[in-house]
Design a protein. Structure first.
Length: 143
């Protein structure tokens, strides 16, 4: 299946299609917020900067969660895909199907040196309910 990714600094959009004769269909997006910690001005497109202003190098999950809670937007922590924990934690917003990945603990060669525990690593979507259910099913219950 042909696929395509267009990246605009820290923003990425993904499409796929069944064949060269079929139309492209949007598949998912990712905001690679960890890239902002490099402080490379080209990671934030001028159009985004003009619309939203300055982007900080790091986004604290605690702050984001507090702002979302005030707006009545709940987040649910979901299990990580095997091999990424305990370095990362993922929080899911069921209505929007958007997921937020957060640095859970530092790991040499596992997490970026310029981020701290509790910083948002990325935002992506959609994360379908079926994927969340599959992740939950992978977690082994203690005997």
């Amino acid at each position: 299946m042909p696929s395509m990714c267009l990246g605009y600094g820290f923003v990425e959009f993904f499409w796929d299609r069944a064949s060269a004769d079929d139309p492209w269909s949007g598949h998912h997006f990712t905001l690679q917020l960890h890239r902002l910690a490099h402080r490379n001005r080209t990671d934030v497109h001028d159009v985004l900067r003009a619309r939203y202003g300055r982007f900080t190098p790091r986004l604290r999950f605690e702050k984001l969660q507090r702002l979302l809670t005030r707006r009545g937007v709940p987040l649910v922590e979901i299990p990580e895909i095997t091999g990424t924990g305990p370095y990362f934690h993922t929080f899911w917003q069921p209505d929007s199907r958007v997921a937020i990945t957060v640095i859970g603990t530092y790991g040499e060669h596992e997490t970026p040196d310029n981020l701290r525990v509790g910083d948002v690593y990325s935002v992506h979507g959609p994360l379908r309910a079926e994927e969340v259910a599959w992740r939950k099913a992978q977690v082994q219950e203690p005997v």
